[in-house]
Design a protein around this ligand. Structure first.
Ligand code: PLP
Length: 480
């Protein structure tokens, strides 16, 4: 809708005496297709108070996602998470939140002044943060009846899903609101090989990053509401606060165009699903680079656990250097490849070849422990030896073992307090005045107002050896 509208407008060749200052990019960026970078003049509607083409576009998106209302976001899922929490919790209100949440939840706590009651997902057999148990949510809601909402992430960055249907039933039995950060699940409604969307399972507010798993531009995202619990007017208010007053028509037009195309041409996802499942089947034959495959996971994420003491960084580097494949991320004993409907067969083929050859190389090296090959199987470039000090298989990857938070002050209060900077070893017992957030996956190991426990200090020391911080901002001791 919006895409076609802007396209028609451009055909009329009307000269732009309006923002943006690049004037369709013609003189300064002739190679960039900047025509769609528009502004809100007559007929172009207004994202923050839509009445025309943007309203109709959002209504079409709501039909695709089965939402009561959908909102296009131009400041990423981050802005949706902030607006969602602020729309439900005010200063001092309690929110039950999964501690393995993305940094945007902590920003939402800071802006809203909400008081977090943290809970933790189960750890999977391979040491990843997995599903949130509905019973734990029930138990905590009984203990904290004054919580206004429950916030959790499903799927996680690595693709682990929670049983949203059961969690929603628990949350609603307590008459609370369920907010699901589904940033990594925008593709779920488009094919049955993916888990059902959180919205279809009863969540009240969900947030999708379109740019993560669908062919959309970076920063584009959606917020959906359904049922009678979420307050659309309060959300609109906070979305206006959390987002730019100059929303990009490039982002919005691409969102419209992509979602329309995917919903009309179902063959696109059929082809992707078939190629993905074939790729997964071949990769599952590998032994030393194990493709995790279990129910409760999003199949679009190819999550590899690497055996034999080799690291994720090693796999990432080998694949980039020798097979021209760049992974999404690597951890100490694992690595992650992200796929999407825009993937091409040649990409899947390169990945399969690289991972399978490297897996076989580890097996050969394992059989001859003192005779690990210096040469790479793909060519004669020197390969990397695995580091010796990495966790044995099956132990939780430290990237995933979130230490228990000890919240001394809410993030809002902590951010307003005087701070000082101390050496890491002097920080134990003190309350942090800043975020320490390894990226990816962008989950803070320490947030403002949280105490530096011995366990957290150990993690910070480990991060320091990997180039992390040697000093930390802590809240000044005011004798309170
Ligand atoms: C789980 C999760 N939620 C939210 C976000 C924020 O998304 P965005 O980059 O679209 O603001 C991310 C980004 O990495 C994420 O992983």
């Amino acid at each position: 809708m919006l895409y076609a509208y802007v396209q028609n407008y451009l055909r009329e060749d009307i000269y732009p005496f309006h923002m943006p200052g690049h004037k369709r990019g013609r003189r300064f960026f002739p190679a960039f297709p900047l025509d769609f970078d528009m502004t809100e003049f007559d007929g172009m509607d207004n994202l923050h108070a839509p009445e025309g083409v943007i309203l109709r576009t959002q209504e079409a998106i709501a039909r695709i996602y089965g939402a009561r209302e959908s909102f296009m976001l131009v400041n990423g899922a981050t802005s949706g998470v902030i607006a969602a929490v602020c729309s439900v919790c005010g200063d001092g209100d309690k929110i039950l939140a999964a501690r393995n949440s993305h940094a945007s939840l902590f920003s939402a706590l800071l802006f809203s002044g909400a008081k977090p009651v943290f809970f933790y997902p189960e750890m999977t057999a391979r040491g990843f943060a997995g599903a949130v148990p509905p019973e734990a949510v029930d138990r905590l809601l009984r203990l904290h009846e004054d919580c206004k909402a429950v916030f959790l992430t499903s799927p996680t960055y690595e693709g682990f899903i929670s049983d949203i249907q059961s969690i929603a039933a628990v949350v609603h039995a307590h008459d609370k609101i369920l907010i699901v950060d589904e940033a990594h699940g925008a593709h779920f409604p488009f094919h049955a090989i993916f888990p059902p969307s959180a919205l279809s399972q009863g969540a009240d507010i969900t947030v999708n990053s379109l740019h993560k798993t669908l062919p959309a531009l970076t920063q584009s995202a959606l917020l959906h509401i359904q049922g009678g619990r979420a307050d659309g007017d309060r959300l609109r208010f906070f979305l206006r606060c959390a987002q730019t007053s100059s929303p990009s028509y490039m982002l919005m037009s691409v969102m419209d165009c992509v979602l329309r195309r995917l919903s009309e041409d179902t063959e696109l996802f059929e082809t992707y699903a078939a190629a993905l499942m074939e790729t997964r089947k071949t990769l599952s034959n590998n032994i030393s680079i194990e493709l995790l495959s279990q129910s409760g996971m999003d199949p679009s994420k190819l999550l590899f656990v690497i055996h034999g003491g080799y690291t994720g960084a090693w796999l990432e580097k080998e694949l980039a250097e020798h097979y021209k494949v760049q992974l999404e991320m690597s951890g100490r004993g694992y690595a992650l490849a992200m796929t999407s409907v825009a993937d091409e067969r040649r990409g899947f083929e390169r990945l399969v070849r690289g991972v399978s050859e490297l897996s076989r190389m580890i097996e050969r090296a394992d059989n001859r422990p003192d005779d690990r090959p210096d040469n790479h199987p793909a060519d004669n470039h020197p390969g990397n030896h695995p580091a010796d000090n990495h966790p044995a298989d099956n132990r939780p990857a430290p990237d995933q073992a979130w230490p228990r938070a000890d919240v001394v002050y809410t993030p809002r209060r902590a951010a307003a307090m005087p701070f000082e900077t101390v050496a890491l070893r002097e920080s134990e017992g003190r309350a942090a005045a800043e975020f320490i957030t390894p990226y990816p996956p962008g989950i803070p190991v320490l947030a403002p107002g949280e105490r530096v426990t011995r366990e957290i200090l150990g993690l910070l020391e480990l991060l320091k050896t990997e180039g992390g911080r040697a000093r930390l901002r802590v809240i000044q001791d005011t004798g309170e």
